[in-house]
Design a protein around this ligand. Structure first.
Ligand SMILES: [Zn+2]
Length: 340
């Protein structure tokens, strides 16, 4: 008891700091845009995410090299196919010459200084590749009823398996199914194993909430949907126990890494998952989190570097092992500077 106990004795001593954010924890998401193929420009700004870009394949290679030089060792790739290649079934997602597949091969065969050695994860979904923009196949003759967005679960699993194999063939270290289809991890694991890719890891978007914070991403990835919404597959933000069931199922289906998305509004979910399960846990700090902090910092309302460091450290403190963040490069720079 006070006065013998004085909490202030150790306050501020780095020696007793409980959580340390490290460059090793960071994964940088990148958008590779086939529409920039053959254009002079290697990157195009994303308006809703100032400071973020869509890259051509070569632009992405340069960006990965730069991130790596700052200490970021992992990236998560999203592909944006040429507009004309989108179809109802998202078949471009498993084209071996697709934009993601080409980028992975380029990264994996690149020289030192081009990002060789970087851990490459690939987003595994159909929404960037379908004309309707949903994460799976949609009932064909639903007509006007399609407004309700009936995404076919089991038929989608077949396609996801195909996409996973094509990404693994290209050299992806980790595939990351993000569509919240039931059974997706099992389907992907089976197809990968059958095709001889038993060492390709699966990072599952296990608890992905139907969040308004994804708004800027849809501009970034050109993946807004034409009808309905995603409440038929993404989780209701009111639910926490359901997230634990989702994670448990993904683990039983063979996930190597589980994920909670978004991050900052969902620290309680990260914490609950951490308490219950022992798998590596990723937190995806989403486009809306990036946009909010960027906008406030732009206005001078917040100190960008300080808020970013605090936010990402909070995700780790809550229990995340891996943090997927658009701030990865700049926080890596902050971490490399000596601080108090
Ligand atoms: Zn999707």
């Amino acid at each position: 008891m006070f006065p013998r106990v004085r909490m202030r004795r150790l306050r501020g001593l780095k020696l007793v700091r409980e959580t340390r954010l490290s460059c090793d924890d960071l994964i940088l998401p990148l958008f590779v845009d086939e529409n920039l193929d053959g254009k002079k420009t290697e990157k195009r700004p994303i308006n809703s995410m100032p400071g973020q870009f869509r890259f051509s394949v070569e632009g992405a290679v340069k960006e990965v090299a730069e991130a790596r030089s700052l200490g970021v060792k992992s990236v998560l790739l999203f592909g944006i196919p040429a507009q004309a290649k989108k179809d109802e079934g998202g078949s471009e997602a498993f084209n071996s010459e697709g934009v993601v597949q080409r980028t992975v091969r380029r990264l994996k065969s690149g020289s030192e200084g081009e990002g060789r050695g970087v851990v490459v994860a690939t987003d595994l979904c159909l929404c960037e590749y379908t004309t309707h923009g949903h994460c799976g196949l949609v009932e064909a003759e639903a007509g006007a009823e399609r407004g309700k967005g009936r995404v076919l679960n089991d038929a989608t699993l077949e396609v996801l398996g195909e996409v996973a194999v094509s990404q693994a063939e290209a050299g992806a270290d980790i595939v990351a199914p993000s569509g919240m289809m039931d059974g997706m991890v099992k389907a992907v694991r089976e197809r990968l194993d059958d095709a001889g890719f038993s060492n390709t890891a699966i990072m599952s978007y296990s608890a992905k909430y139907n969040s308004a914070l994804y708004g800027p991403f849809r501009e970034a990835a050109n993946s807004g949907y034409q009808f309905g919404d995603r409440s038929g597959y993404q989780m209701d933000f009111s639910n926490a126990r359901e997230a634990l069931r989702e994670v448990e199922l993904d683990i039983s289906e063979g996930a190597d890494i589980v994920m909670v998305k978004p991050a900052l509004f969902y620290l309680d979910i990260i914490s609950k998952v951490r308490e219950r399960f022992d798998l590596p846990l990723a937190a995806y700090s989403v486009s809306g989190e990036y946009a909010m902090i960027s906008a406030a910092a732009e206005q001078g309302y917040l100190n960008r570097a300080e808020v970013v460091l605090e936010g990402l450290t909070a995700m780790k403190r809550a229990g995340a092992d891996l943090i997927i963040s658009y701030f990865a490069k700049e926080v890596a720079e902050t971490l490399s500077r000596p601080r108090q």
